[in-house]
Write a protein that binds this ligand. Structure first.
Ligand SMILES: C[S@@+](CC[C@H](N)C(=O)[O-])C[C@H]1O[C@@H](n2cnc3c(N)ncnc32)[C@H](O)[C@@H]1O
Length: 245
């Protein structure tokens, strides 16, 4: 077996953390993605030609210059999120990408921290980084769709969506899932650029307005919303899941 394939398979088995009944399905989906990935790697230029729709998602933080302002914010944003979730573990990082935030929280808290992302290649990167930092024993990474999470109801003390709200299609479905896996009293933290700011032009993406974010969270059943700006157009929203009696 080529080393790359072996590595990806290994990663996949480590990645999967699922509700028992859904475990086989998740493993199956992950394996399909891994084989797809392998197929692509054998084609001429896998990195240029990945056809998985979600691998087209840009996770880079753009060119230099103005965009570096946003890069420079990262430590501050990670710290702020880590503080917000410190009293509400376990934490699930939804659409965790290459796991920079997941790893930051895991290493800071010393407790197991969960990440889920639809892109196996991002997760493979996350796993490699975690291993390099010696924190993989604290990381639980799952390949999956935010709109159909393979976790039990009420599994998490807090959920994070960093720079992912605008990426997820059919977002209300993902917010319903988020509410399902969150414990009563647990919190959800959303950090995203908002409509009409500089980031929108820099990355040529469309974002929600703060009012839209708040309204979607409220409609999904979250309450006690608070929000503030971490930068001109980067909003930090915190909300809670209030139990239904
Ligand atoms: C801009 S990146 C942000 C990654 C990470 N949160 C960070 O801040 O570095 C957006 C991520 O959303 C993931 N994503 C997009 N749609 C998704 C979905 N439906 N379910 C899970 N992950 C998704 C992408 O694969 C990508 O890793």
């Amino acid at each position: 077996m080529p080393a790359k394939t072996g590595k990806h398979l290994l990663v996949t088995y480590h990645l999967v953390f699922c509700h028992k009944k859904q475990e086989n399905l998740c493993v199956f989906v992950s394996l399909c993605e891994v084989f797809w990935l392998r197929l692509c790697r054998f084609s001429n230029n896998m990195h240029q030609e990945r056809t998985d729709a979600f691998d087209e998602v840009k996770c880079n933080h753009g060119d230099m210059g103005e965009q570096s302002v946003y890069d420079d914010l990262e430590p501050k944003i990670h710290q702020r999120i880590a503080e917000a979730v410190a009293d509400a573990v376990p934490v699930l990082d939804i659409a965790c990408g290459d796991g920079r935030l997941t790893g930051f929280i895991a290493s800071g808290s010393g407790s197991k921290t969960y990440g889920v992302d639809i892109s196996v290649s991002h997760l493979a990167e996350a796993w490699e980084k975690a291993e390099a930092r010696g924190i993989s024993h604290l990381m639980r990474l799952a390949a999956g769709d935010a709109r159909n999470l393979c976790f039990l109801d009420e599994s998490f003390g807090s959920l994070i969506m960093l720079y992912s709200l605008h990426e997820i299609r059919r977002l209300p479905q993902a917010l319903d899932e988020a509410r399902r896996v969150l414990r009563p009293g647990g919190k959800i933290i959303v950090v995203d650029p908002i409509k009409g700011g500089k980031a929108e032009t820099l990355w040529n993406e469309s974002y929600y307005s703060l009012a839209e974010i708040e309204s979607m969270l409220t409609r999904a059943g979250f309450s006690d919303l608070t929000s503030d700006f971490l930068y001109d157009d980067i909003v930090f929203v915190s909300a809670k899941k209030v139990p239904i009696y």
